[in-house]
Every structure is written in structure tokens, then in C-alpha cells.
Design a protein around this ligand. Structure first.
Ligand SMILES: [Zn+2]
Length: 75
């Protein structure tokens, strides 16, 4: 399976930076904002944060969220 590199995606609510994470780099529990469920360690998922800079890059980075790959796809 191939895990992509950092890229931007257009969503209904704007441009987002997306960083896919491989199972080996997923080492903590996160709560997915898409479904509200946990993402367990060892599960490949994506990290996303706004790319349109509305709130400033530092705030956007601080507000990055971890998503299940499937939940991100249907966002
Ligand atoms: Zn989810």
C-alpha cells in the first residue's frame, strides 16, 4: 500500500493540506471529527489543516485534525 505525501485538496469548505500517515507513524489515539470515533494507534489515517490561510498559517497548523481516511474522503 502506498502512503502519499503532503498535498492539498479542495473540499466544499475550501482548500486543505492533507498529510497521510502510515500505520507505523500513527502511535496515539485521536478522535476523528468526521464520525466522532477514535482512531487507534497503528491505523493509517490522514492529518488535515486549512490551506487557505484564513486564520493564519500558525493557527491553521495548531488546528490540524486527524481523520479516518474514509471519513476524510467523504467530508
Ligand atoms: Zn472517522
Amino acid at each position: 500500500m502506498i502512503y502519499g505525501s503532503l498535498h492539498t485538496e479542495s473540499k466544499r469548505d475550501g482548500q486543505w493540506n492533507v498529510q497521510p500517515l502510515s500505520p507505523t507513524s500513527a502511535s496515539k489515539y485521536y478522535t476523528c471529527p468526521g464520525c466522532g470515533l477514535e482512531i487507534a494507534p497503528g491505523i493509517a489515517h490522514v492529518v488535515a489543516w486549512r490551506a487557505d490561510g484564513l486564520m493564519g498559517e500558525t493557527d491553521d497548523l495548531a488546528a490540524r485534525r486527524h481523520w479516518h481516511a474514509h471519513c476524510w474522503k467523504i467530508k
